[in-house]
Write a protein that binds this ligand. Structure first.
Ligand code: 13P
Length: 256
């Protein structure tokens, strides 16, 4: 049984005060919603303040990245223990912007995924192809390689704890959304990969989110697809009103 989930990836936006204002707006707008899991992932600098505001709200906190070591001489890095300490339950790993601008490889992301599980954080693991890969017909091959690399050596039990996000790079921040059919085709493919690695029972429990220009106008079409369980939202989560509308847009879809 898969309950819908909407996660907001705030990326490198919002000062502490702006973050607090946004989260207060979100809280006020969603307090009556219980049929969708809501996650907010502010920048590291706002995690502590946002965490306090979320106390008792039922909204979950997530980080956008982390190092895989518990602690050490890694200037500028943040560890799993540190984000856990601030109240994070989720952590986004392997976002395409981390892969593209910070050189993150499947091997590194695999270490982070294992570390997240070791510290009882739930990884939201991102996969997705570039425009060139889609146009050359290798989108599925790219996603399969990312899947195998990032989930290397993981057991079936560990798989049950993940959330996976399919984010086609060509749809991120571009206003171009994958059509509901394109999203469904890849989500089904990913669920099949999970099923082959584990079993049908486990694959039917894992939530696969779609990310890439999700907006209030397109969420219900995407959510109507049988293998789409929610959204990982960038730009449209930076305004309380549109984030709330996206969450409301999942409500015709109950648990899948
Ligand atoms: P946009 O919603 O701005 O396209 O960003 C998607 C994303 O990268 C979420 O992680």
């Amino acid at each position: 049984m898969r309950k819908p989930m909407i996660a907001g990836n705030w990326k490198m936006y919002k000062t502490t005060q702006e973050a607090m204002n946004l989260v207060n707006t979100i809280k006020a707008g969603v307090h009556a919603i219980s049929d969708c899991d809501i996650v907010v992932c502010p920048p590291f600098t706002a995690l502590s303040n946002v965490s306090h505001l979320l106390n008792g709200s039922g909204i979950y906190l997530g980080a956008q990245n982390m190092h895989f070591e518990r602690e050490g001489a890694f200037t500028g890095e943040i560890s799993p223990v540190m984000i856990k300490d601030l109240g994070c339950r989720y952590v986004i790993l392997g976002h395409s912007e981390r892969r593209q601008y910070f050189g993150e490889t499947d091997e590194l992301i695999n270490k982070k995924v294992k570390a997240a599980l070791a510290y009882s954080l739930i990884p939201i693991v991102c996969v997705g192809e570039t425009l060139a890969e889609r146009e050359s017909g290798s989108a599925k091959e790219t996603v399969r390689k990312q899947f195998e690399g990032t989930f290397k050596d993981l057991t079936s039990d560990q798989f049950e704890k993940f959330v996976i996000a399919y984010e086609p790079v060509w749809a991120i921040g571009t206003g171009k959304t994958a059509s509901p059919e394109q999203a469904q085709e890849m989500h089904e493919f990913i669920r099949d990969l999970i099923s082959k690695r584990t079993n049908k029972d486990i694959s039917s429990k894992i939530r696969i989110l779609y990310g890439g220009s999700v907006k209030p106008e397109n969420i219900s079409g995407i959510m109507a697809q049988p293998d789409v369980d929610g959204g990982l939202v960038g730009g449209a989560c930076l305004k309380g009103e549109s984030f709330i509308q996206i969450i409301q847009g999942t409500s015709p879809v109950k648990t899948k």
